[in-house]
Design a binder for this molecule. Structure first.
Ligand code: COA
Length: 169
């Protein structure tokens, strides 16, 4: 049974471990294995999202976080998914999909016009998953400045073959 709830301030301390446990999945991809040891979002990013009511956790039976989604509102119109992570030993059971559905419901409740994200184009659990949820890849010409900036910042950190995607509501 997957339960998703709003993140509380007291959950934040556990989220780095969740993120690291999620990223171990990249060890299965030789080119991206280094991500398993990579940077994490950091407590400030989590605190910002919590303060805005834009952070959710998937929790286990003991109400402990095993996955999270953090987002931000951009251009007063888009709910931008900053990060989605589910700990490896809880993956493949619908927690990621449930977190994405929660973000979508929130964007609808706030009368926003779209959800957006950036992700790896060719990683099986990234762009293809979002495409099945209805997200479409954006061309550079169709991207708002904040997505161009996000992709540029990621490229500086060695992340290539990234794509920005949008789900119109
Ligand atoms: C992406 C992620 C959050 C999905 O979490 P999850 O709880 O496993 O997701 P779900 O069980 O809801 O599955 C979501 C979809 O991904 C697919 N999927 C999950 N794990 C997969 C894997 N290892 N390989 C291929 N596809 C996979 C599922 O088939 C499912 O597709 P469907 O619902 O359209 O049939 C998780 O894999 C993760 O944390 N990965 C590492 C971090 C990451 O890539 N985050 C996203 C950054 S954009």
């Amino acid at each position: 049974m997957i339960r998703v709830r709003l993140t509380r301030g007291t959950d934040i301390g556990r989220l780095e471990a969740v993120e690291r446990a999620a990223a171990t999945l990249f060890r299965t991809l030789p080119d991206l294995a280094w991500l398993a040891e990579g940077r994490t979002a950091g407590p400030e990013a989590h605190a910002r999202a919590v303060a805005q009511g834009l952070s959710w956790v998937a929790v286990d039976e003991a109400d402990q976080p095993v996955g999270f989604l953090i987002a931000a509102i951009e251009d007063d119109a888009d709910l931008h998914v900053l990060e989605l992570a589910v700990a490896a030993d809880h993956q493949g059971r619908g927690a990621g999909r449930a977190l994405m559905q929660t973000a979508r419901r929130e964007a609808q409740a706030r009368a926003l016009s779209a959800l957006t994200l950036t992700t790896f184009r060719r990683v099986a659990w990234n762009a293809p998953f979002y495409a099945r949820l209805g997200y479409e890849a954006l061309t550079a010409e169709a991207m708002p400045a904040y997505l161009l900036e996000a992709l540029a910042a990621q490229a500086e950190h060695g992340l290539t073959d990234r794509v920005a995607m949008r789900l119109s509501l």
